[in-house]
Design a protein around this ligand. Sequence first.
Ligand code: ADP
Ligand code: MG
Length: 253
Amino acid sequence: MTHEAHARPWVEMRGIHKWFGGVHALKGVDFSVRRGEVVGLIGDNGAGKSTLIKILSGVFPPDKGEILIEGHRVRFRSPKDAKQHGIETVYQELALVDNLDVPGNIFLGREPALVGGGSLLALLHKGRMVREARDLLARLKVDIGDLNALAGELSGGQRQTVAIARALYTEPKLLIMDEPTAALAVQEAKKVLDLVRNLRERNIGVVFISHTLQEVFAVADRIVILRKGEKVGDFPVDELTIDEAVKLMVGGE
Ligand SMILES: Nc1ncnc2c1ncn2[C@@H]1O[C@H](COP(=O)(O)OP(=O)(O)O)[C@@H](O)[C@H]1O
Ligand SMILES: [Mg+2]
């Protein structure tokens, strides 16, 4: 943990409620992340993890409650709003365009004029994109192999790395990862964990969601537990065992 992790939260969610019709998916949840802090968010299926991070990433607003960044109230009307505040998200679904290469995917949607096209200008831009993609991946200390490979030819781990690189291109303050390792083999999942540690060193906050509690415990500084839409635990990782976490996740009956 960096020293910043002891500072006040960078982002705070307070008293968050969400209803989906008759389903009360979040029941007054408080959640915060500091710069350079990795928060593991765990809970059984349907506990509300994805709903909470979708609110944090601007996919939909809370029905009640507020979000503060560096102490100031913010309202996200869209994921674009959240991105502009420095919040990026990577989902389990490896949302890449299979017939674009690595740089094309990293810059996808950011510089549309630069993707494809055969003009001299497009070629110059292409050269810049390749250089920037290579720099970005080097900073992440990951080796993706051939940058000219099409996304459809990459392994699950390489695809996830490209998705993470794309999210990091704008230098976010917070990266949210919802089940980033779910589709990966064990060795590839380990690389994603190394990447998360690398982000912490660069003082980026991370919200890390995974069903594999060993992973969460290996990488998180703090563990937050949801059960049926309520926060039932919030502990520094060294003050909680996996067994205790499971008990809190499933309830004490
Ligand atoms: N878009 C939606 N429409 C209706 N119900 C939803 C929607 N998203 C989530 N829910 C419900 O909200 C609850 C929490 O779901 P979710 O946040 O996906 O849980 P988790 O990610 O922890 O598995 C569940 O009961 C789920 O069925
Ligand atoms: Mg989920």
